[in-house]
Design a protein around this ligand. Structure first.
Ligand code: AMP
Length: 277
């Protein structure tokens, strides 16, 4: 496995490849969710490039950029075992030299939900992902459904800016009790870890209501809110039932829809969702 630190090295490495290339962008501190993307890319492509980069521009000033968990040695061992071909592990100064002041501003779809709670977040995501796509020039790029809005934003950028890549979505990988795997789960104390299952439990309840024919989004959101509010360590940021394409909030639920939520458990902000078929 090749460990690549600079843009020049990545360009040279990519230039020497013949055959299909898959890209898996990550912030690192890898878990089985990330590895499911890597495994899929390794199966689908002749070469898999994984980026491990805690992208400063997608964190707000009061967010956890500094404390975001990092373990490069462990990440490299996991990627080697998963048979990734190359890991792009740049410094922030390599990705954002002082002269760089161009950013990618995604449209409407980035303004709701996470975009409303985390101003500028998707601008940071869009900019770094477009840069990674331009550098790695993959045939396929892999993203998790866990970050449903991020996936929608990236699909939109690829379509709107005519990026020649296929965006592949992979299902959310969960712990045995349903908690979606996330690098941020490492922040949780044992009691918080227990409380964090409320996100998944509330989504399962919503899924059950909808499968029984309930189409009133407010009724379902109120039931989810009541369940989460009963958990003393949980504080709701948002609960949304939206049209899956536009992410516009829906009143009367129709397919395809996305139920998503952001909840703080203690000081840790977690997100989760489920999407209709
Ligand atoms: P991150 O390092 O959190 O930015 O995640 C990198 C990629 O892995 C993104 O496309 C995420 O959506 C995806 N991912 C993160 N957690 C999971 C999970 N539990 N299941 C599936 N994909 C995930």
């Amino acid at each position: 496995m090749k460990v690549i630190k600079t843009i020049g090295q990545l360009r040279r490495y990519r230039g020497g490849l013949t055959g299909s290339v898959g890209l898996v962008p990550t912030l690192g501190f890898l878990h089985q969710g990330h590895l499911s993307l890597v495994n899929k890319s390794v199966t689908d492509n002749d070469y898999t490039i994984v980026s491990v980069f805690v992208n400063p521009t997608q964190f707000g000033p009061d967010e956890d950029f500094e404390s975001y968990p990092r373990d490069t040695g462990r990440d490299l061992a996991l990627l080697e075992a998963a048979q990734a071909d190359a890991v792009f592990l740049p410094d922030a100064a390599e990705v954002y030299p002082p002269s760089a002041d161009t950013t990618v501003v995604p449209g409407q779809i980035a303004e709701r939900l996470e975009g409303a709670s985390r101003p500028g977040h998707f601008r940071g995501v869009a900019t770094v992902v477009l840069k990674l796509l331009n550098l790695a020039q993959p045939h396929n790029a892999y993203f998790g459904q866990k970050d449903a809005q991020q996936l929608a934003v990236i699909r939109k950028i690829a379509a709107d800016l005519n990026v020649p890549v296929r965006i592949v979505a992979m299902p959310t990988v969960r712990e045995a009790d349903g908690l979606a795997m996330s690098s941020r789960n490492s922040y949780l104390s044992p009691t918080e870890r227990q409380a964090a299952t409320v996100l998944y439990r509330s989504l399962k309840m919503a899924e059950e209501f909808i499968s029984r024919g309930q189409t009133d989004a407010d009724i379902i959101k109120n039931r989810m809110a009541a369940m989460i509010e009963a958990e003393p360590l949980a504080e709701i940021d948002y609960i949304s039932i939206a049209e899956a394409g536009s992410l516009r909030e829906t009143v009367d639920i129709k397919q395809p829809f996305l139920v998503s939520l952001a909840v703080k458990i203690g000081r840790t902000r977690l997100i989760d969702n489920f999407i209709s078929e």
